[in-house]
Every structure is written in structure tokens, then in C-alpha cells.
Ligand binder design. Sequence first.
Ligand code: TIU
Length: 231
Amino acid sequence: MIKVAAEPYEFLFDGATAALVIIDMQRDFVYPGGFGAALGNDTSLLLKAVPPTERVLRAVRGAGLFVVHTREGHRPDLADLPRAKKLRGHLTVGIGDPGPMGRILVRGEHGHDIVDELTPLPGEPVVDKPGKGAFYATDLDAILRARGIAQLIVCGVTTEVCVHTTVREANDRGYDCLVLADCVASYFAEFQDVGLKMIKAQGGIFGWVADSSRLIDALAAAPQATGAVRT
Ligand code: TIU
């Protein structure tokens, strides 16, 4: 077992049954001109999670762990876009409308895709999700169960929206989740802070929290994490 110094206590995982899940690291959330900006947010706050997530991705790939990426978005015909989601916020430019990175939050558009630094490799599933949670209306649970995955290491944006929703969904499905504090980000400093506290409170009510350096240290101390180390 690999041991990560975490809160509220040590997170233990087996490299063969753990996966890195990177939530919605899409241009639409982290760059100006996308969905995050359309909602009135300062997108630059999210960019700080990208370099540490890149380091984690490199370490996890090196250790041979399974990696899954998710993207929030909708079909080009918007047939899967709930009316409530389209209308929410009374946005002048919203989901499906043209923007500088293409149609906002629409699959196949430049803005909908994952940032260059975290581009998925062949063999790393990309799960497209219409909602905030990565388990709702997706095959994520089937993908994880098919490989016997029991523990998730979670990065992505935003902390209190898609990361929280996904970790709560995962917890109820029996997965242990370690959220990497510096690899998740919010448009709101106070939500980042309290969002992480909510995960690890009450004895880890729905997960663990650690800085990414703790995971990287733990993987370095256990180079044969899965027996399938990539070269
Ligand atoms: N608005 C916001 O904070 N987040 C989202 O809409 N989606 C995700 O968190 N991915």
C-alpha cells in the first residue's frame, strides 16, 4: 500500500486499484471568453491549479496508475442541455452561444477541450458529462469498476462545484477520494477554503485532502506502484 500524509488522516491506496481523475480542466473554465467568464468570474484564479496538476499527471503516469479525464459540456444540437441550465443566470452569452473559443461548453469546440498542459494520452478515457457530477449520465462508474478501481485521486475545477459534486457521488458509490488541495481551484477564495474543509471534516465525511507534493513524495517512495511502470 502507498501511504499519503493527508487530512484527516493517512490516505492508503494500492496503485493497481487507484485512479487519477482530472475534472473539467477545460479552456472554457480556465481562460477568458469561455463559460467561466460568461458567468462573471475571474478565470485567472483557476490557472494556478494547472502546473501542480501537470506535475501530478507526470508522476502518476510514471507510476503506471490509471488516468481518467472529464469534460463538462453538451451535444452540438444541445439536445442534452436542460432548459433550467440554459436559462440559469440570465446570461447574455451562455451555453451554445458563439465565443472566442467556439460555442460555449459545446463538445468538439476548442473551448470545450482540455488545456494543452493536461492533454490526455491514448488509453486515458475522456468522460463527457452534461452535469456537474462526473457520475451523472456517464459511463465513469462502469469504466472504474471494470478495472477494479476503489480509490480516486482527484484534481480539477471548480472545487465547490464539479469537484465537490463528483467526490460526493463517488463517496456514495463506495470510492475513497483523495482531493489534492493545490490541484483544485475555485473562482472564490472562501469557497476553495471551506470546500476543502467540508471534505475532510467529521473524520473525512466524504474524503481526504492533501497537497500534491505529499502524493508525489509517496509515489517516489514506491516506484513500483502498479507493476506496470511506463517508460
Ligand atoms: N461555475 C463553476 O464554478 N463550475 C462549473 O460550472 N463547472 C465545473 O465546476 N466544472
